[in-house]
Design a protein around this ligand. Sequence first.
Ligand code: NAG
Ligand code: NAG
Length: 471
Amino acid sequence: MKSVFIWSCCLFWLLLGKRILSRRTRRELASPLHLEGIRDPYGSYCQRRGGCCPGRDDMCTVPYLDTICYCDLFCNRTVADCCPDFWGHCLGVQPPFIGTCERNGNKFLTGQTYKENCNLCTCGSTGRWECEQNACMIEADMIQGVNRGRYGWRAANYSQFYGMTLDEGLRYRLGTQRPSRTILNMNEMQIIMLQPGGIIPLYFNSVEKWPGKIHEPLDQGNCAASWAFSTAAVASDRISIQSMGHMTPQLSPQNLISCDTRNQGGCAGGRIDGAWWYLRRRGVVTEECYPFSPPQQTPVEVARCMMQSRSVGRGKRQATQRCPNTYNYHNDIYQSTPPYRLSSNEKEIMKEIMDNGPVQAIMEVHEDFFIYKSGIYKHTDVSFTKPPHYRKHGTHSVRIIGWGEERKVDGTIQKYWIAANSWGKNWGENGYFRIARGENECEIETFVIGVWGRITMEDMHNHHHHHRKRK
Ligand SMILES: *[C@@H]1O[C@H](CO)[C@@H](O)[C@H](O)[C@H]1NC(C)=O
Ligand SMILES: *[C@@H]1O[C@H](CO)[C@@H](O)[C@H](O)[C@H]1NC(C)=O
């Protein structure tokens, strides 16, 4: 009996000791809060906790930003993990690290911060501002560099990008994975060129050839889902053209983002071959039915799928749920046929657009593309004198709707594509951009995709009927 007690007692202390030990280890490994200047020196932490603890007490903590801080006297030994008000509240002395920094004629104390574009600056204990050194999406000197040089395009500041780092731009504003090697090696479609009367004009814009059938650029916000936006946009235009305007659905990117989740990353990027597979096998509803809801907090969160479809025979599908909103009840499912790859030959791409409508293209987005405002884009060298982290690129996908050419200042001709982006209509030329054509600028001619909608005579009749009934 006695020995059992002794054993359990020792076991108890052994376990407790181990717990304390592991805590100490963790505490000593904890990242020092004050080494790079404290971030919030004025909050009441120890005070809010209800006081300070004598000696060492590893439980004597308060939540502090994304970690914890201590109010026991042990913290004074290392200084590194004390709460900001420890010195004032527990010891009644000035913190040992106060300095003052100046900015615009005003004085700031150690730990005070301000944000300079995408970088946080903190007043350090030595009285100097210490700023993060991130490359930003909008860099004033990059805008100036482009606008002063003769690059053939103009740059502008966009408030929706200002304050974001370049890494964030590449992470949240693009979102197309580079097609795998096998997909890249997909056979290209042979386009029969030079038919009688098949002359390719110098200028072509799908919006003018098919008025009311080419959809305006959307805004993907901070959702890296250009894979869904470009696919939905091309399919929307193709269905509208092919049905001769009997149906002009703007297909829902959100339907793809939330429901095409197999090997897809939603707002964290995805693959266009997966998106086409889904459009063909499952189909999607319209944007009005299943509206885009940009992620609010963490940009990669994905809302659960709110739309399913089932087969109704002959390859056709029907929605099994209502539209996830209260004002629209048209939950028709739209599908495509398998997509086809075009060659990288500029003339063949042009012929395809002219005959069948807009195409989808992959492109590499470089740091200077975000600030594009107008003109014919080409990647510039304005960031070449800066450190390497200012020069980065990521894969994106867009919709090419036409082409043209323009005489440059030096008298030579610059050929271009007209393409729709998915960064809203205040970006670029009303949401569109022009980019050099025939030279695979930013790899835009590397991987180009066309598709057919799946439309029957019955569809045409039904939709026409709908349309008339509503009017
Ligand atoms: C705590 O730090 C202050 C300032 O560095 C020092 O004056 C004081 O003696 C320290 N107190 C203890 C208990 O270590
Ligand atoms: C860009 O716009 C933001 C406001 O949206 C402004 O604070 C900033 O100073 C501007 N930057 C440049 C380089 O013009």
